[in-house]
Design a protein around this ligand. Structure first.
Ligand SMILES: Cc1ncc(COP(=O)(O)O)c(C=O)c1O
Length: 478
C-alpha cells in the first residue's frame, strides 16, 4: 500500500534555485531524450567488401543494399524510429475504405497545427506535389520557391512549368553565416511576379536543397505581402516545419517565449496551403498530405487523388499510417525533442568544422552538408566532386551520404549539362535513430577522408535516365 500524502506543510526542497537551464543546455553531453526499447543490428563490413559493393552498384550509393551500409545518412526521410505511442497507434489503425476513424484522428492532428479547410492525405510528399502542380502548373507558367527540392522541381517541370529558385544571396554561399539562409530574396520575387505568369509561390521550410536552412517569420510575412499584392496563393513545402519553428524560436527576436506549436500555427496562417512529407517532421515512415483553403482547388485535387492515390479519407495510406502520423505530429513539436534534434545535428557540424572539413554554415536542422567543391577543389564540377566524396565516405567507413550538386541538378531541361549551384554531400540524420557514439564514428571517418582529399578522383556518367538521374545513374571512376 502507498501511504496517503502527509497533510502538513511540505518538507523543504533540495533544489534552492529555480535558475537551472534545461538538461541538454546545461551539460556538454547530449543525451537522447528517449530510451531504446527495440534494437536493429548493424552488420560490420570491411573496406574490401565495400569496394566490391561499389563496383556492383555502378558507383551509385542508391544502388547499394542497405544491409551493406554501417551508418545510413542517405536521407532523414522515413528513416526515423517511431515511439511506443506511434506503434500503439499502428495497432489501433482502422482500415475502413471510407470514413475511417484513423483519418479523422489524422485530420484533427494536422488541423491542430495547420488549420487549412481541406486536408488531403497522400502516400508521400511528392504525390501531393504531383497533384498540386498538375492543377496549378502547366506550360508558360513559373513557380518561384526559395529552393525547389528535387522532386518538387521535377513535378513542376513535368507539368511544363518553369521552377525558379530565389533564395537570398547568402543562401548560395556555403561558408556565409546567416541566421536564416533559407529566406526568399523578396526583390527577386517581386521581379518574377511582375514579369511572369505565376500561379502560386512556394516557400520550403526548412530549405533542404540549400542546406536545411530556416526561413524567418519576417521573411515569410514579406512573401505573404508580395503574394497579396499580386493576388496569389502561398504554399508551404512544410516537410521540416518543426525544425524551422525551433530555429525561429532560437534566432528571431520576439519569438523566444513562443511555444513551438504557436509558431507553426503562425506560419500556417501566413499561407493558403501546403504540401507535406510526413516522412520528415511527421516522424513517420510513410505519409504526406496536401492542404489548402480554396474549395475549388481542393475539389480538383481530390479528383486527381482518386485517380492516382485513393479515396480522400486514406489517399494512398493505410489507416495505421494515418495513426502514426497523427501521433508523430504531437511528438515533433515537443521542445525536449527539438532541442536534442537540432543540437545533435550541430554537434556533428561543429566537430567537422573543427577538423577543417568545409561545411555549409551554420549547421542546418536535419543534416550537415559538406562543401565537396571546396574540399575537392581539384575535381571539376562536371566530374562530380560531391559523388566522389560520398563514395570515399562509404568506402572508408561504410557511411552512406547523398550527393546534392551537379549529379542531382546538372542536367538542364534542354538536355545540356551545367554545374549545380553547389556541390555538396549531405549527411542527413534520421530522427531518433543513431546515438552520439554513431555520430562520433562519422566524425572520425570523415576527418580521415578529408585528410587525403587530394587523392580522390572524379567520375563520369555511363548511364542516366531522362529525369531525376541521381537515383539510377551509373558511374565510372576516372
Ligand atoms: C523539401 C522537400 N520537399 C519534398 C520532399 C518530397 O517528399 P517525399 O520524399 O515524401 O516524396 C522532400 C523529401 O526529401 C523534401 O525534403
Amino acid at each position: 500500500m502507498f501511504q496517503d500524502r502527509h497533510d502538513g506543510p511540505p518538507p523543504p526542497r533540495l533544489l534552492r534555485s529555480s535558475a537551472y537551464a534545461p538538461v541538454v543546455d546545461r551539460w556538454k553531453t547530449i543525451i537522447e531524450p528517449f530510451r531504446i526499447k527495440s534494437v536493429e543490428p548493424i552488420r560490420m563490413t570491411t573496406v574490401a567488401e565495400r569496394d566490391e559493393h561499389l563496383q556492383e552498384a555502378g558507383y551509385n550509393l542508391f544502388n547499394l543494399h542497405a544491409a551493406d551500409v554501417i551508418i545510413d545518412l542517405l536521407t532523414d526521410s522515413g528513416t526515423g524510429a517511431m515511439s511506443a505511442e506511434q506503434w500503439a497507434g499502428i495497432q489501433r489503425g482502422d482500415e475502413s475504405y471510407a470514413g475511417s476513424p484513423s483519418f479523422f484522428r489524422f485530420r484533427d492532428a494536422v488541423h491542430e497545427l495547420f488549420p487549412f479547410r481541406h486536408v488531403i492525405p497522400t502516400h508521400q510528399g511528392r504525390a501531393a506535389e504531383k497533384i498540386l502542380f498538375s492543377v496549378l502548373g502547366g506550360p508558360g507558367r513559373t513557380i518561384p520557391n526559395n529552393t525547389h527540392f528535387d522532386t518538387t522541381r521535377a513535378n513542376v517541370e513535368f507539368s511544363g512549368a518553369e521552377a525558379v529558385d530565389l533564395v537570398i544571396a547568402e543562401g548560395r554561399v556555403p561558408s556565409t553565416e546567416h541566421p536564416f539562409k533559407g529566406n526568399m530574396d523578396l526583390d527577386a520575387l517581386e521581379r518574377v511576379l511582375d514579369e511572369r505568369d505565376v500561379p502560386c509561390v512556394v516557400v520550403t521550410v526548412t530549405n533542404n536543397s540549400g542546406g536545411g536552412q530556416p526561413v524567418s517569420m519576417e521573411n515569410l510575412r514579406g512573401v505573404r505581402a508580395a503574394c497579396d499584392r499580386h493576388g496569389l496563393p502561398l504554399f508551404l513545402d512544410a516537410c521540416r516545419f518543426a525544425e524551422n519553428a525551433w530555429f525561429v524560436k532560437q534566432r528571431e527576436p520576439g519569438y523566444e517565449e513562443h511555444p513551438i506549436a504557436d509558431i507553426v500555427r503562425e506560419m500556417a496562417a501566413l499561407a493558403d496551403g501546403m504540401t507535406m512529407s510526413a516522412k520528415k517532421d511527421g516522424l513517420a515512415n510513410m505519409g504526406g498530405w496536401l492542404a489548402c483553403d480554396d474549395d475549388e482547388l481542393a475539389e480538383q485535387c481530390r479528383n486527381l487523388l482518386i485517380l492516382t492515390e485513393g479515396f480522400p479519407t486514406y489517399g494512398g495510406l493505410s489507416g495505421r499510417d494515418l495513426e502514426a502520423v497523427a501521433q508523430g505530429l504531437r511528438e515533433v513539436v515537443d521542445e525536449d525533442y527539438l532541442r536534442y534534434r537540432v543540437r545533435s545535428t550541430a554537434y556533428l557540424g561543429d566537430a567537422l568544422d573543427a577538423a577543417g572539413v568545409p561545411i555549409v554554415k551554420p549547421p542546418g536542422g536535419h543534416a550537415i552538408y559538406i562543401d565537396a567543391r571546396a574540399l575537392l577543389a581539384h575535381v571539376p564540377p562536371l566530374q562530380y566532386p560531391g559523388q566522389a566524396l560520398a563514395l570515399a565516405l562509404y568506402l572508408e567507413g561504410g557511411i552512406r551520404g547523398c550527393e546534392i550538386g551537379t549529379v542531382m541538378f546538372g542536367r538542364q531541361p534542354d538536355g545540356s549539362e551545367e554545374p549545380g549551384a553547389m556541390d555538396l554531400v549531405r549527411l542527413a540524420i534520421p530522427r531518433r535513430t543513431y546515438t552520439q557514439s554513431h555520430v562520433d564514428y562519422v566524425i572520425e571517418v570523415m576527418a580521415t577522408v578529408a585528410a587525403r582529399a587530394d587523392e580522390l578522383r572524379g567520375l563520369r556518367i555511363v548511364f542516366e535516365p531522362a529525369a531525376l538521374r541521381h537515383f539510377t545513374a551509373r558511374f565510372e571512376p576516372l
